[in-house]
Ligand binder design. Structure first.
Ligand code: ARG
Length: 456
């Protein structure tokens, strides 16, 4: 492509070192869409005749078809996806093909291709997130009103509904989806027409080309446009955080599936056995997801580090943006799919969660609240209940087994109705403030999310 200026062939090693077609070939559909739109721009500007444009478009569509059928041979010697497709087009249709690259550089071309790829990936990820949310809702609904302890510091804290715990992840995923859409706004801007770095003396109607490609806007500074990869960094951050959320859920599932907790049973299809220990049923999907989320964060770090030292404008370093980007998109997509399946096959073990939630200590806060309702300042109430807890442990007597006289030794504010607040059901029903886990609230949230997800 640059043979005019060179007397020597590129060294074979340099070719192997610099080729990107082995991974950027996957941009072919976007590259072809971009080229077709560009050819229409060239037609509108009078650079191509209608016949030439038609030849280019038909030729490119044929090439796309062949790539899709696995009949196209990408050549390392042609370096990247752009040159492979353009060379083949020119081989097929002759001079018209050689005009396609007018007023365009691979610099604005690759920036356009990658933006189109990111936009399509964002849309696909959005749908996968919705499917995962639906699986969580469905699992929560199957669990009905199963209660479990809610934890802080991994110590039992207060009772919650199992569904409330799962709904926490539905909220996290909703924020991830929101962030994806926000990122999409900045992805959806067209760099094509920025040329190598300073546009072109041949003026194309960029707004028109952008419309052809469904871009919302066109970039306003050619130098920024060819070197801007902020949108990749942003997308990789959003994906990393999504991965972090899946990793946290993984950790919950791993704990829950252990004999120590026994809160859930995973389906055989989503667990693995051990080659040595016949009794094992391992939550590998969750462990792998926890592990893969590390790579997602690594990919984000790669991009940020790649960008930080680059002078304006395009530098070949930027070719290194693709592998981390592709890897993150592939990895998170598969993680969401496999997690959706696993959650659909996950069942809560009510007997276990109820037993754990029936730990009377979980109602210590409720007892303090009881005293507050009987006129005791909270700090004082907290101390009274603290002493009551110590007494309960020392005497090996649960709150429910104590007499009213015993309660009153700690505070005269206790009355006969204290026993009522030691009931798990009542305790949950009482948590009816916005966002708290009363069964009525949780049901309303499940209905809310069902509605949102079916609308989307
Ligand atoms: N393969 C290149 C990349 O991914 C395409 C742009 C090449 N531009 C150049 N001036 N060598 O960045």
């Amino acid at each position: 492509m640059w043979k005019g200026r060179f007397a020597q062939e590129t060294s074979a090693l340099v070719q192997r070192y610099g080729e990107s077609v082995s991974f950027d070939w996957r941009l072919y559909a976007h590259d072809i869409a971009g080229s077709i739109a560009h050819s229409k721009g060239l037609l509108k500007a009078g650079i191509l005749t209608a016949e030439e444009q038609q030849k280019i478009e038909t030729g490119l569509l044929e090439i796309r078809h062949e790539i899709e059928k696995g009949q196209f041979e990408f050549k390392e010697s042609l370096e990247d996806v752009h040159m492979n497709i353009e060379a083949e087009l020119t081989r097929r249709i002759g001079p018209a093909g050689a005009k396609l690259h007018t007023a365009r550089s691979r610099n604005d071309q690759i920036a356009t291709d990658v933006r189109l790829y990111c936009r399509a990936s964002i849309d696909a990820l959005g749908n996968l997130i919705i499917a995962m949310q639906a699986a969580l809702i469905e699992c929560a609904e199957r669990g009905g009103d199963a209660v479990m302890p809610g934890y802080t510091h991994l110590q039992r804290g207060q009772p919650v509904l199992f569904a409330h715990h799962l709904l926490a992840y539905v909220e996290m995923l909703a924020r991830d989806a929101e962030r994806l859409l926000d990122c999409r706004e900045r992805v959806n801007v067209m760099p094509l027409g920025s040329g190598a770095l300073a546009g072109s003396t041949i003026i194309l109607d960029r707004e028109y080309i952008a419309k052809e490609l469904d871009f919302h806007r066109v970039t306003q500074n050619s130098m920024d446009a060819v070197s801007d990869r902020d949108f990749i960094a942003e997308l990789l951050f959003v994906i990393s955080l999504l991965g972090v959320h899946l990793s946290r859920l993984s950790e919950d599932v791993i704990l829950w599936a252990s004999a120590e907790f026994g809160f859930v049973t995973l389906s055989d299809a989503h667990t693995t056995g051990s080659s040595l220990m016949p009794q094992k049923k391992n939550p590998d999907v969750a462990e792998l997801t926890r592990g893969k989320s590390a790579r997602l964060i690594g990919n984000l770090m790669s991009i940020l580090t790649l960008l930080k030292g680059l002078p304006m404008t395009y530098n070949r370093d930027l070719q290194e943006d693709k592998e981390p980007l592709f890897d993150s998109i592939d990895t998170i997509g598969l993680a969401l799919e496999v997690f959706t399946e696993m959650i659909s096959g996950m069942d809560v073990n009510r007997a276990k969660t109820t037993a754990a939630a029936s730990d009377p200590m979980l109602l210590a806060t409720d007892l303090a609240d009881y005293l507050v309702n009987h006129g005791v300042p909270f700090r004082q109430a907290h101390e009274v209940i603290g002493k009551l807890v110590a007494y309960s442990i020392q005497e090996k007597k649960a709150f429910g087994e104590m007499t009213l006289a015993e309660f009153q030794k700690f505070s005269p504010a206790f009355e006969a109705d204290v026993m009522a607040c030691l009931n798990l059901e009542t305790a949950l029903q009482a948590r009816k403030g916005i966002g708290a886990p009363s069964p009525a609230n949780v049901k309303a949230q499940l209905d809310h999310w069902r509605g949102v997800l079916t609308r989307e």
